[in-house]
Design a protein around this ligand. Structure first.
Ligand code: HEC
Ligand code: HEC
Length: 288
């Protein structure tokens, strides 16, 4: 339903000449003033992208997904953290100043040189349609979803020189299949091992070795694929995989229904894994 509401909203604004879309005829003075004060894509962002983050999607009343802001303000310790909304006489919303801060965050999720590779597009997109997987769920069944199209239109407006993220360092597979496997198999402090809870299912990123001792190449490849979703290569402090098992006092996630393996980011094992996520650690030597 949300998709259709959006189409209608865009249609109505279009008819009234209020949209800031590229085809919209330039409304006289007011638009010029706005254009002077703000880049045009910011105006488009405020009208079309930000409302998408708060749009109700049926959860919890029906079986739908949650609104993006349910998880993307302070909850997930991720870089996609929007401002807490402000209460105004018209209801809850973001002030222009807060929108500017949000804009700085959201533009980190785009790649204007290669728009369809932007995480803002690939995360909510179903994996069957080319999405990369998203703990928050699938929001768009295909790239023809109107929301997808509006986000794409916005990203295409952004100047590539300014909004192209640096290339991500490659994660070394050999280190993964030796040192990461060792970590999965060897719990600390008498806790359960990662694979006790993460061998399969929705959060199944830590497969068990079918032979009980070591992964086959195929098993390791599967796990390596699965974990990419939870890592931001080059950026360990915003990689969920390194945040969930880290104690909250040491900079970890607020919640993890599992274990806290590391008390702080000074833990030698955390540092070693972080170096791997930055692309600096390779090979099968797991010395800390
Ligand atoms: C139920 C909680 C939840 C909801 C609702 C949710 N997300 Fe997420 N999202 C997450 C979690 C957890 C992650 C980190 C793990 C991952 O990337 O899958 C994430 C990651 C992301 C990322 C990658 C962030 C980065 O730093 O690269 C994007 C982009 C994103 N979500 C977009 C959205 C959008 C857009 C919506 C709404 C249409 C949404 N999410 C709704 C939980 C949620
Ligand atoms: C006792 C069971 C248990 C153990 C052991 C456990 N976890 Fe978890 N973990 C969970 C549950 C349940 C969730 C989902 C709810 C939540 O996010 O807390 C989760 C979520 C996660 C997520 C987010 C997954 C996603 O799809 O967004 C990561 C990453 C994670 N755990 C890493 C680890 C690592 C690494 C270990 C081993 C050091 C570990 N966990 C050990 C139960 C466990």
């Amino acid at each position: 339903m949300a998709c259709c509401a959006l189409v209608i909203a865009v249609g109505v604004f279009g008819a009234l000449g209020l949209t800031s879309g590229p085809e919209a005829p330039a409304a006289p003075v007011a638009a010029e003033v706005l254009e002077d004060a703000m880049p045009r894509d910011f105006d488009f962002y405020r009208r079309n992208i930000e409302p998408m983050f708060v749009r109700p999607r049926g959860y919890p009343d029906q079986d739908g997904n949650g609104a993006c802001v349910m998880c993307h303000t302070w909850q997930t310790s991720l870089r996609f953290a929007l401002e807490d909304m402000t209460e105004t006489p018209e209801g809850w919303g973001w002030t222009p100043g807060q929108s500017t801060l949000n804009y700085d965050v959201v533009t980190k999720l785009v790649n204007a040189s290669d728009p369809t590779s932007s995480r803002l597009l690939t995360k909510p997109l179903a994996t069957q349609a080319g999405g990369v997987g998203h703990t928050g769920g699938d929001y768009w069944e295909s790239t023809s979803d109107p929301e997808y199209q509006v986000v794409l239109e916005w990203i295409e407006m952004l100047p590539a020189a300014q909004f192209t993220p640096p290339p991500e360092p490659p994660l070394d597979f050999e280190f993964y299949s030796t040192c990461v496997q060792r970590m999965y198999q060897n719990p600390k402090y008498g806790q359960l091992s990662c694979q006790e809870c993460h061998a399969g299912g929705f959060t199944g990123f830590a497969p068990r070795a079918a032979n009980g001792t070591a992964w086959t190449e195929q098993e390791a490849r599967r796990g390596f694929e699965a974990i990419q979703r939870l890592i931001l290569a080059g950026n360990p402090v915003q990689s969920r995989w390194l945040l969930k098992p880290l104690h909250p006092d040491g900079g970890g996630s607020y919640t993890h229904n599992g274990v806290r393996r590391w008390q702080s980011r000074d833990d030698p094992e955390w540092l070693m894994m972080a170096a791997w996520v930055r692309g600096e650690r390779t090979g099968s030597d797991c010395t800390m």
